[in-house]
Ligand binder design. Structure first.
Ligand code: GTP
Ligand code: MG
Length: 197
């Protein structure tokens, strides 16, 4: 896919205020700091389109971007950051699950998993909830540049093995690195395929 246009549209906290639900939509979620915003910038070839930070908790709202006037990319705030009040956590849950369960054009959620880590309970719990609510998702293992390809694959295998304890069917998955621009073609080809192009 050639990305000829990528534009920021809106930031908000409510499904009702999202752009018209007339185009396929792909949302990026995962632990705070896992690299959601960076991956969006890498995929769109636009540094700074989505705001990134070395400190967790940068993205706080539901951010819509429109690509080639044909589909939406959505950057979401992350979960699992320890230094967050109970109150903020509850607000995050309410906003995110309202968005994930009510956004009618939500085609697929990319759940980003840090490729450096063994399976994290917080990721497995989030994925279980997606399953319970019937939200379609794929996995993107991030920051693959931080270690050898062998180590990355070992962690991917470990994560999938853990998932297969409770899931009959495993989701599609991608290995990515925003820094090394790895996984771009595969992710964009998948989106093309789902968009029916
Ligand atoms: P929140 O919005 O806070 O939830 O974080 P996020 O998931 O959007 O992460 P973000 O893209 O802001 O990146 C967090 C940090 O990780 C930044 O310092 C990025 O430069 C770094 N980072 C993101 N992706 C990669 C990657 O593929 N490789 C490396 N080495 N660093 C990365
Ligand atoms: Mg972010």
């Amino acid at each position: 896919m050639h990305i000829r246009d990528a534009r920021f549209l809106t930031s908000n906290t409510e499904v009702a205020k999202c752009p018209p639900a007339a185009l396929p939509e792909y949302a990026f979620i995962g632990r705070s700091n896992v690299g959601k915003s960076s991956l969006i910038n890498m995929l769109t070839n636009r540094t700074g389109l989505a705001k990134t930070s070395s400190l967790p908790g940068k993205t706080q709202l539901i951010n819509h971007f429109i690509i080639n006037d044909q589909w939406y990319l959505v950057d979401l705030p992350g979960y699992g950051y320890a230094r967050v009040s109970k109150e903020s956590r509850a607000k995050w849950r309410k906003m995110i699950w309202a968005y994930l369960s009510k956004r009618e054009n939500l085609t697929c959620v990319f759940v980003l998993i840090d490729s450096r880590l063994p399976p994290q309970p917080v990721d497995l719990e989030f994925i279980s909830e997606l399953g319970e609510r019937g939200v379609p998702f794929v996995l993107a293992f991030t920051k693959a540049d931080k270690q050898s390809a062998g180590k990355t694959q070992q962690n991917v295998d470990g994560f999938l093995a853990k998932m297969s304890e409770t899931w009959d069917e495993l989701p599609r998955w991608f290995i990515t690195s925003a820094s090394a621009r790895e996984g771009r073609d595969a992710v964009l080809a998948f989106i093309d395929e789902v968009n029916g192009q």
